[in-house]
Design a protein around this ligand. Structure first.
Ligand code: NAP
Ligand code: F7E
Length: 346
């Protein structure tokens, strides 16, 4: 019989990637669909006939309980979150309600179902929990979160560990470093850069405005990371694992990689808010800093050490940084008649 998976956050980047991965493995995939006046199932449009979406919300315990009781999933992937770090400073209470209490609500549902139900849960924990902790970071690094998003995720992380110990639940934390894909939301820096570079190439805009150009992130591919999340739930013993590539690059380096794909080189001049990126051939200004995009506190350097996942799960990333940039550029590149070159298939 097909295994049943329930994905919270199925309409997000990771949910859409994981749903495709699980369908390929023969799972019966169910997803939680929060109510919104304008439902956005864009990322799921090509698999909408193959999955089951149900109205439920991480802030509504009874909706979660009803779903889990009705469909008795073998595996639950808790990916739902208010996931934008900058926005979390503007909406800290909502962030905590969805990310922290939402995880607790789901754990309570699993506690009610009991360990004998055999249900397994994956919790989408984040490298943002490391915050100011020096790089490289692994499972033994102390957490020093510096955003409402980071603190909310840390509550979820510790709740998973506590419920695992207290009630014998099979629940695991994946501490995932940044991972991207063509399905990444446009408000995150990689997709924002990629889209802007494609529009500059097509003559639809002149420049891109960015915040902190010097922050460093360990960027991997969502497909590799969702495979890793699934691998965690195939283990007999639940545990916590870092997934990362072990390579960090600055926002500037990501900008350079995206422009290099369309054959343009960037020369940087100036400092701080006056730092600008110029086309090395034409001298046109292509990148400027907008201080409104700075965060009140910023995680400067994330660099993951995933050796534990490699040793115990046998997980390693398969998609390189260059392949990631190429895939994102190909998906967003604008043809003269206004269509993208390729449709993304996960
Ligand atoms: P995402 O694209 O922002 O997706 C978040 C999902 O959560 C969306 O489906 C969203 O639904 C849903 N959601 C938000 N509030 C909800 C609520 N109250 N009830 C039910 N669903 C709700 O995020 P992602 O990049 O796929 O990330 C997936 C998870 O991994 C998140 O928990 C994120 O915090 C975590 N994470 C991500 C990364 C990364 O680099 N991508 C790294 C570490 C951890 P709508 O579409 O309707 O808004
Ligand atoms: O920012 C800098 C920004 O918003 C990356 C989420 O998936 O990964 C993600 O969080 C860096 C930061 O991702 C802009 O200040 C500069 O240093 O793409 P981001 P994030 O904050 O790292 C973690 C692991 C998660 O768990 C989160 O859910 O880029 N940056 N200029 C900018 N960032 C944005 N968004 N926009 C800019 O214009």
């Amino acid at each position: 019989m097909a295994k049943i998976a329930l994905i919270t956050g199925i309409t997000g980047q990771d949910g859409a990637v994981l749903a495709r991965f699980l369908l390929e493995k023969g799972y019966d995939v169910h997803g939680l669909r929060p109510y919104s006046a304008v439902p956005d199932e864009g990322r799921l449009s090509d698999i909408s006939d193959d999955i089951h979406l149900h109205y439920a919300d991480m802030t509504d315990t009874s909706s979660l309980l009803r779903l889990v009781e009705t469909y008795q999933p073998d595996e639950i992937y808790n990916l739902a979150a208010m996931s934008h770090v900058h926005v979390s400073f503007d909406m800290p209470e909502l962030t905590a309600n969805v990310n922290a209490l939402g995880t607790l609500r789901l754990l309570e549902v699993l506690r009610i179902m009991g360990p004998q139900s055999g249900m397994r849960m994956y919790q989408a924990s984040s490298s943002e929990m490391f915050g100011h902790a020096p790089a490289p970071q692994n499972e033994n690094t102390s957490f020093e979160p510096c955003s409402p998003y980071g603190t909310s995720k840390l509550f979820g992380y510790w709740s998973v560990r506590n419920y695992r110990e207290a009630y014998g639940l099979h629940a695991s934390n994946g501490i995932l470093f940044n991972h991207e894909s063509p399905l990444r939301g446009e408000e995150f820096v990689t997709r924002k850069i990629i889209k802007a570079v494609c529009e500059i190439e097509a003559g639809q805009r002149d420049k891109i405005l960015l915040g902190n150009l010097h922050a460093k992130r360990d960027w991997g591919h969502a497909r590799d990371y969702m495979r890793g999340a699934w691998m965690m739930l195939q283990q007999d013993i639940p545990d916590d694992y870092v997934l990362a590539t072990g390579q960090a690059r600055s926002v500037k380096e990501f900008v350079e990689a995206a422009f290099s794909y369309i054959g343009r080189r960037i020369d940087w001049r100036g400092q701080g808010v006056d730092e600008k990126g110029y086309d090395s051939k034409t001298g046109a200004c292509l990148v400027e800093v907008d201080p409104a995009l700075f965060r009140p506190t910023e995680v400067r350097h994330l660099l993951g050490d995933a050796s534990r996942a490699k040793e115990i799960l046998g997980w390693e990333p398969e998609i390189s940084f260059e392949q990631l940039v190429e895939e994102m550029m190909e998906a967003d590149r604008v043809l003269p008649y206004g269509q993208t070159t390729k449709r993304y298939a996960a």
